[in-house]
Write a protein that binds this ligand. Structure first.
Ligand code: AMP
Length: 273
């Protein structure tokens, strides 16, 4: 992979990079399209990073479908390389050297997933060093992750532009996610409650409500109206750092983590004027 990237660079070509964990859906493919539009070459990676899963998390069950993924990527035309490393290629000496992302990796999802964002930042740093892209594409769906990656790039002086692309949704608003395949028919119906909660919060804020606990309570009540949805967190915060204040300002971001049965789903919506 590194040899190919060096060759592309020597030819003066720009490289766009889309890192993923596979089980591809339209969300992933949209990132590849953004990259294709802007760069001479696009590199797509598929790697389920064991280090970023907690001991009780779904590393073993995580959906894997390399053949199906490759067919979807071929159909896009002009993906220049699909990098599918094994653990040895990423962690030749083991995963001991790691990136510390500080507070941004410890709040929200970092509370229930300690160490997760450090592991994400580490694997992405590794992939950046191998692929050597000019631009890298990430989904807004994982908003906290985009802040972690931006911080990584700044702090470690990677000369890479980070591009955050819009969340692709199902017709009922559910954000596409590889983990949606865990949901049974009934849970899948329930899962749209995340988006409905975000939309309710957004319309309250846009119509002038700026009281944090009032808006949160309304979102919470809507989500709780379905007893199979268990809220992990709801925050309404500054999109620059995910810090909350009692009086909601615009722009702000509403972020949710909700468990539907065994499946943990996250989503967010930016509220602008
Ligand atoms: P994953 O394979 O889940 O690690 O995701 C790989 C990349 O795709 C990340 O940058 C995600 O934020 C992005 N992504 C996942 N789901 C979506 C979606 N529904 N819309 C846009 N981007 C997404």
């Amino acid at each position: 992979m590194q040899t190919l990237s060096k060759k592309l660079k020597a030819e003066g070509k720009t490289i766009g990079f889309v890192p993923t964990m596979g089980a591809l859906h339209e969300g992933h493919l949209s990132l590849a399209r953004y990259s294709k539009d802007k760069n001479d070459a696009t590199v797509f990676s598929i790697y389920v990073n064991p280090v970023q899963f907690g001991p009780k998390e779904d590393f073993r069950q995580y959906p894997r479908n390399i053949e199906g993924d490759l067919n979807k990527l071929y159909a896009l035309h002009k993906i220049d390389a699909v990098f599918i490393p094994d653990d040895k290629e990423i962690y030749s000496e083991g995963p001991e050297s790691s990136v510390d992302t500080g507070r941004i990796g410890e709040i929200l999802c970092g509370v229930s997933r300690p160490g997760h964002f450090n592991a994400v930042a580490t694997v992405v740093a590794n992939l950046f060093n191998i692929v050597m892209p000019d631009r890298a594409y990430f989904g807004q769906k994982d908003f906290q992750q985009t802040l972690v990656i931006k911080k990584l790039v700044k702090n470690l002086e990677f000369d890479i532009e980070i591009i955050v692309c819009p969340t692709i949704r199902e017709p009922d608003g559910l954000a596409m996610s590889s983990r949606n395949s865990y949901l049974n028919h009934r849970q899948r119906k329930t899962a749209s409650v995340l988006y409905r909660g975000l939309k309710l919060g957004s319309s309250l804020i846009k119509s002038g409500s700026d009281d944090l606990s009032f808006v949160k309570k309304n979102i919470e009540n809507l989500i709780k109206s379905d007893p199979s949805a268990i809220i992990e967190y709801i925050i309404i915060a500054d999109p620059r750092n995910l810090e909350e204040s009692k009086k909601i300002k615009i722009p702000s971001i509403i972020c949710l983590a909700v468990n539907i049965g065994e499946t943990r789903l996250i989503d967010n919506l930016i509220v602008q004027k």
